[in-house]
Design a protein around this ligand. Structure first.
Ligand code: AMP
Length: 143
């Protein structure tokens, strides 16, 4: 099945989770280790575009994924973020929840995470690195 993230065609090797209406992929430019994205399968730009079923599926998926990535990446907390619209910092026009495992003092100022989410100047990872991370996470969700 072909899956787009906004305008980007995503390889199956970057996806580690799928549900009926949502999928999750590893990040090209993670802010911290374990920074992943959960999206509705339907490519729509804004949160207001989602149906009730899509919202439920998206957040239930986010809860399942976050508990796994918190443990896997040895965090003790999580940041969830949605940049909903251009003025809010959204760069990919496809609804996505950022989920980021957090550790004590991972940033000097805790809220610096929001400045970092905003920045696009991090070095992109290679497809091999991304596929390797997705392959590590996928087994947690196969049942
Ligand atoms: P936002 O600025 O809230 O729209 O977030 C976009 C997110 O998508 C950032 O965390 C980017 O690193 C990430 N991103 C952009 N392009 C890709 C891609 N092709 N595959 C995976 N993640 C991507």
């Amino acid at each position: 099945m072909t899956q787009y993230f906004g305008q980007y065609l995503i390889r199956q090797s970057e996806i580690f989770f799928t549900s009926e209406l949502s999928f999750a992929l590893v990040n090209l430019k993670p802010v911290l280790p374990g920074h992943v994205l959960v999206c509705p399968k339907r490519v729509v730009p804004r949160f207001k575009d989602l149906t009730k079923d899509e919202i439920t599926d998206l957040w239930v998926s986010a809860q399942k994924i976050s508990s796994i990535i918190e443990t896997h990446f040895k965090g003790d907390s999580l940041t969830y973020a949605i940049q909903d619209g251009k003025s809010a910092g959204q760069t990919v026009e496809h609804v996505h929840i950022h989920i980021i495992p957090r550790r004590p003092k991972d940033f000097e100022e805790n809220d610096q995470i929001y400045t970092e989410i905003e920045k696009a100047d991090r070095k992109p990872r290679t497809y091999e690195e991304m596929a390797a991370e997705a392959a590590e996470l996928r087994p947690y969700f196969s049942n």
